[in-house]
Design a protein around this ligand. Structure first.
Ligand SMILES: [Cu+2]
Length: 189
């Protein structure tokens, strides 16, 4: 005689569990939906996007030939008014470590590494990329306010990673130090 009552109980419990699971499903879907919306909205709002530049380079000969030889490192002003900054990320420094860029102009950072994976981001801007051996990373941004902005390495690259900091010195175009075509930087290369 107790069997049917038992079954009824079990069916009841099953129904309750089912309902609870459905509620959790909805909650999880809502959380995931919120995260996707949040990431999408902030990406558009702050113009964040994954770097899309795929360009290869031979890491072993960076310092010997090509775009990233020593005398090419630093910032050049292009004829269209934009600036191109070339630097190298290596264990455990950026070379040059202090970059100088003009305010109010499009600034394109081009960087690569001869050793391991590094990263760079410039405080207060959307410039943020990984720096992978064998590839040239390129990001463009614009600084409207002159000042000094920190540029840490944000990929763990070894024991000296914590000391790997550079800086970006934004100066008004009127105070631009370069007169010729030689690249400019604010630290001795
Ligand atoms: Cu690093």
């Amino acid at each position: 005689m107790t069997e049917p009552a038992h079954d009824l109980h079990a069916a009841d419990a099953y129904e309750q569990a089912d309902l609870a699971e459905r509620r959790w499903n909805l909650l999880v879907l809502a959380v995931v939906g919120f995260i996707i919306l949040f990431v999408t909205a902030t990406s558009f709002r702050f113009a964040l996007s994954p770097p899309s530049n795929v360009e290869t380079i031979v890491p072993a000969t960076l310092h010997l030939r090509g775009e990233f030889i020593e005398e090419n490192l630093g910032t050049v002003l292009n004829s269209d008014g934009s600036a191109t900054v070339r630097f190298i990320a290596e264990q455990f420094a950026f070379v040059p470590s202090c970059l100088m860029v003009p305010a109010g102009r499009t600034v394109t950072f081009r960087t690569t590494t001869p050793d391991v994976i590094h990263g760079m981001l410039v405080q207060g801007s959307n410039a943020n990329t990984m720096i992978v051996p064998g590839y040239v990373s390129q990001v463009s941004t614009r600084f409207d306010k002159p000042g000094t902005y920190a540029m840490p390495c944000h990929e763990f690259c070894g024991l000296g990673h914590h000391a790997m900091w550079g800086s970006v010195h934004v100066v008004p175009l009127s105070a631009w130090p370069g007169t010729g075509t030689a690249p400019v930087a604010c630290s001795p290369r």
